[in-house]
Design a protein around this ligand. Structure first.
Ligand SMILES: Nc1ncnc2c1ncn2[C@@H]1O[C@H](COP(=O)(O)OP(=O)(O)OP(=O)(O)O)[C@@H](O)[C@H]1O
Ligand SMILES: [Mg+2]
Length: 389
């Protein structure tokens, strides 16, 4: 791994970071209202029983193409930008219903309908920045596991860096998947985010690693971090520990992306307590709706009690498979409830992403011309447009 320690640079004052509040440029009109669990589960609006019963009557799914990989092997470099292969379902059980209508070219003047079912918004190319900081902190959060938080953190970060933004990624998950996904041998690290949170004489620069992506740095973690939740319990201001740690370096970066663990425990609350916004990666499946309602409650509580500037930045749908009726129905429900907060960018399910984890680099460098890389660039454009920097 070619990450290297970065030298110390000047610290910035807390006062400089205190006014780091920006207004999103999207006006969603009235904020989407009903987000309680009961409303998300309104059976009249999302007919679960009918759907699952209906699924038994649907035609058998298409068989996987001969040679489709079930376990991804890492391809040779010249194969990386080859047409992407959807990950086949092992039993094909969730491939139901008719395929979505093939996208026909819209007539001149008609809006293009995106995968969310809404007209695509016009997002301009990000303007180059002439100066950097103070950083906008984004918590990548969803207490549901395996929904694409880490994948989105790595690839959104790398895409923001491609647009000339300076990015710091914070691995706030003791699994260390963010660090591993960037090729860091995290098990062997002596200094990690854990030392920052519980050790008084460790500075961010002692822990900071450069990544292979120009302009993107990493605060790595490993299993040591699992002790932090217990160690922090007796601390005064325990929920603000991460915010205190990050303050000195905020003026060096334009974005700090915090990869949260799949829980709403003290570490995730620390991320929410210092964040300007929370971005929720989600998979389009029924139980994700229940998770969104719970997460939304937590965001509201943290906003009311700890961090008034916290806002819901957006929801990014990952691992989307438009061939399944279930995914399309859940998408429709999420758009109905959260409106414009759902990013137009939808990341499709593709075997390229598991490959990048093995390769230890973002998809934007591993397969720069792939659809997955383009999706995260499009997400980066939306994030920049919404945050105005
Ligand atoms: N668009 C995608 N298509 C196919 N596979 C994907 C996609 N996005 C992520 N994955 C894969 O799904 C798995 C889970 O993704 P990831 O680790 O990003 O989720 P997570 O929410 O961070 O998980 P955890 O809750 O455990 O931290 C990984 O193996 C990843 O490679
Ligand atoms: Mg993760």
């Amino acid at each position: 791994m070619d990450s290297t320690r970065r030298g110390r640079s000047k610290e910035r004052s807390i006062e400089q970071g205190a006014d780091d509040v920006t207004t999103p440029q999207f006006s969603a009109g009235e904020p989407p209202s009903p987000r309680s669990e009961g409303e998300m589960f309104d059976a009249g609006r999302f007919d679960i029983r009918g759907r699952f019963a209906g699924a038994r009557d649907t035609p058998a799914p298409e068989a996987a193409e001969p040679g489709d990989p079930v376990v991804a092997a890492v391809p040779e470099p010249d194969e990386r930008d080859a047409p992407e292969v959807d990950v086949p379902e092992l039993d094909g059980a969730d491939s139901d219903g008719p395929e979505p209508a093939a996208a026909s070219e819209p007539a001149a003047g008609e809006p293009v309908i995106g995968p969310t079912g809404r007209p695509l918004r016009d997002i301009p190319e990000p303007a180059p920045l002439s100066s950097h900081g103070p950083a906008r902190i984004i918590a990548m959060c969803n207490q549901k596991g395996g929904v694409g938080k880490t994948t989105s953190t790595i690839n959104l970060g790398a895409s923001l860096a491609e647009y000339g933004r300076r990015v710091l990624l914070v691995d706030l998950d003791p699994q260390g998947a963010l660090s591993a996904g960037l090729g860091v041998a995290h098990h062997d690290l002596e200094l990690t985010v854990h030392n920052l949170l519980v050790g008084s004489d460790v500075s961010v620069d002692d822990v900071l690693l450069r990544t292979r992506v120009d302009g993107m740095d990493l605060l790595p973690s490993n299993i040591d971090l699992s002790a932090a939740e217990i160690q922090l319990v007796t601390e005064v201001g325990r929920e603000q520990t991460l915010g205190r740690v990050l303050y000195p370096v905020l003026d060096r970066y334009d974005y700090v992306l915090v990869d949260c663990q799949p829980s709403l425990g003290l570490l995730s609350v620390n991320a929410l307590a210092c964040a300007d916004s929370v971005v929720i990666p989600m998979e389009c499946e029924f139980f994700s709706l229940r998770g969104l309602a719970l997460l939304n409650d937590t965001v509201d509580k943290v906003k009311a009690r700890l961090n008034p500037k916290l806002e819901l930045g957006g929801i990014v749908v990952t691992m989307f498979d438009a061939r399944t009726l279930h995914a399309r129905e859940v998408m429709a429900r999420v758009v109905e409830v959260f409106g414009d907060l759902v990013y137009d960018t939808v990341v499709n399910r593709t075997v390229r992403f598991p490959e990048t984890s093995v390769a230890g680099e973002p998809i934007t460098t591993w397969a720069p011309k792939s659809v997955g890389a383009e999706s995260y660039r499009a997400l980066a454009r939306e994030v920049i447009h919404r945050s105005g920097r």
